[in-house]
Structure formats: C-alpha cells, structure tokens
Design a protein around this ligand. Sequence first.
Ligand code: SF4
Length: 291
Amino acid sequence: MAISKTKKIKRKSLLYKSGVEYADYCLNHVEGCSHGCRFPCYAMMMKKRCGVIRNYNDWIQPKIVENALELLNEELPKLKNKIKVVHLCFTTDPFMYRQKEISDLTLKIIERLNTDGIRCTILTKGIYPKQLSDTKKFEENNEYGITMVSLKGKFKKELEPGAAPYIQRIKALKYLHDSGLKTWVSMEPYPTPNLIRQDLSEILEQIKFVDKIVFGKLNYNVKTTQFEDNKNFYQECADTVIDFCKHNGIEYHIKFGTQKKDNFKTKKLFTAKSDQSQASLFDLREAIIGI
Ligand code: SF4
C-alpha cells in the first residue's frame, strides 16, 4: 500500500461566499502551496499575518483538508440552491504540480459539485488531468483556467519555482479545449520590464485558442513600484490584450487598478448570461490584489 506523504489537517467548514468575479462561492481544500510563488503570493502573506504559517518553508509544504468531501456532503444540501458557481481555489492551487494526492482530491470535489448541478471555475499553475474531458463525470460547463505571465523558463524558475513549466500548462489546457471544454487564462500578476523583458504578443499567440483572458498588474512587489513608467506600461499592455481579444473573438477582463480608467462592464466575464442580473457587487479585494 502506498504511504501518503502529504500532511493532513481538518477544517470545520469548506464552502464560503465570495464577491470576486470568478464565482459566487469558493473553496480551498489545501493549506499552503508547493508552487511557492515569489511575486509574492498574497495567500501566503495573509496566512502568515494570521499566524497560520510561520514562514515560506511552512507554506510550500501543503496540507490536505482530509475531511473536505465530508464537509461538502454536509454543506451542499443546505447551499446547493443558492450556489451558481464554485471557484477552486483562491488560497491554494487545486492541481498543484506533481502532487497527485491533491489532484485526485480536486477531481473528486469537482465531480461532487457537478453531481449537484453546480459548475466550477478552476485556476491552476499545474497540469490539468485528461480525466476532466469525461463529460459523463464532469460538467461540460466548467471553466478551466491556467495562470500564464511569461514563456521564459528562467523567470518561472525564479518566481514560480514549484509550478509546472509554462508549455506543459498550455498543452494540458489545449487538450481540454480540443475536447470541447471552456478554457481561459489569467495573465496575472503580469511583471514589469525591470523584472523581465518579454513580448506580451508572443504569449498571447500561444493562448489564442482560449475563450477568455483576464489580465492584471503585479501588486505588492517593490520592483514593480520602482519601475517609474508602470502606469503607462500597464495601460499599453491592457490595450494590447483588448485589441488581441477583440481581433480573435476572445472575451476579456482587465483587473481593476491595471488601466488608468477601469472598465466595470467586463467584470461579469464569469457570470452566466442568465445570472447577470444578480452579478455580485464590486469586491475591494479584487481591486487591490491578484492571486
Ligand atoms: S500558485 Fe497561487 S497559491 Fe500557490 S504559491 Fe503561487 S500564487 Fe500562491
């Protein structure tokens, strides 16, 4: 019998309401994240501030919420009529690279939510398992996203050391797209040229097949604020993304605070057309961070 290496914790609740744009509810079934992003990671900063973890080394040793499915089974009968979309995850990564136990649990959670007719938006810097293309088990209306802010391996090694290589992320996402599923890319937090010199259009070309793109600036990074022209830089990037998306028939949203003037209309990007009258209110967190 295989011995599990991933540490375990128990929680008292799992689903929580959120005002952010991806979904009306969220869940985080893991504490910590072995991707260990150094942008820095907002979730890690918060957990440190709350005393949940002591340092970066604690953070990169993920702990599975071992009673996650139990909690879901308890909470869903009470909440399922209220929930439209659940997002996985805001404070960890659901398909953490080379963490099979975590990926397997994530698959079970998505399947459980889909069984009750609840669709999911998912975001990862890992690799999507091919099983997700099985539409008998998983809703075809789920939306599968990856985070992509560069194509350069050296940048990934420094800033996202434990995450999957960019090309592998794209390949796995393309597989889901080719299987007829909805895909999207979060280009956030996009770095300034003093962190990396790169051509945004080259990255966009690689992800041309997706249905939606979310673009956002890098927050909480001293180097970015030191980049004098960062307001103009991010406006130019946003214009490039908007032009590219319009030209290729891709839906888009530019995160608040990235452009000189925010566009509030595109915040409904992840709300089903029938739900748009009930779209959630602007969330302050969305305006100041990006994870
Ligand atoms: S993948 Fe997300 S949760 Fe994990 S370390 Fe990076 S920013 Fe934090």
